[in-house]
Ligand binder design. Sequence first.
Ligand code: ZN
Length: 329
Amino acid sequence: MEVDQVVRLPRLSRVAVCGGTHGNELSGVYLVKELLKEERKVMEEDEKKLVSVLLVLSNLPAMQQCHRYVDTDLNRSFTHATLNDPISDVAPYEVIRARELNAMLGPKGSPEAVDLVCDLHNTTANMGLCLIAYSDRDWICMHIFRHLQREMPDTPIRFIHFDIADKESFSLDSVGKHGFALELGPQPHGVVRSNIYTAMKVGVQHMLNWVRLFNSGTVFEGGFVDVYTLIKHIDYPRDSETHNITAAIHPHLQDRDFCLLHPEDPLFQTFSGETLTYKGNEPLYPFFINEGAYYEKGIALYLARKRRVVVPAIQVQPEQQGFASKKEE
Ligand SMILES: [Zn+2]
């Protein structure tokens, strides 16, 4: 791939912005509700708009209860198997809802799927704004990321890559042709903080502006993106019989997401006051440190390796009237 060669990609006609996939992550819940109000106001005058935006509240029962989910985690229910295996009469609510969302926004992996899914999330971890995606060569997601970095210089913005095959990808954003989770924190679950809400709102506006610029033919120059690829996660120390945790994140590590963690750095502090250190053999970048929703998943933090990815210049493909659009890269 030549850096100065412009890669042509299909137009992004339909973009879904989803909130409430986790019912207690309130920035996305309230932002989508606000956008729905605005949408009603501007509906008539926006005839020749450059993109069609679908606003989705993903999990209404969980939102009503202000819980992450009702029966099971909706944002783990979009694997090929969960969407397609035979379903029983007593299937969890979220498994049924995942199929509805897949019918509405997908089907996942099909030409009918929406062009881009932006799924809004909050974390209790001090992660700033993160794009989380399954690919480190999805040039659309990576150019949106670069656009947000340019437009929001005061917000720490990072690109996280979950290196998981298409069939195993589990989250709502995997239903679109392109997709990412927009993760913002720190914000406690069940709480909305104005600074976090505003950063999410501004991020979504810039994302949609980028799509309009792309669809109108703007050439976006190539460059670099620093990508944090998930390597592994670490659970809390636990009592071997009760499985209760026996330590908390060490105070030196708490809130230090994306600060390099070296072997023998403090990791946990036990409830009796002892320091436990990181026993890995290479320095890695921690994130989702002490995420409130991950205690039940047995995850105290994630660890990532950072590397720099070259991103080519891109431009929308010219319209090919009368021809089927070319297969995507
Ligand atoms: Zn979430």
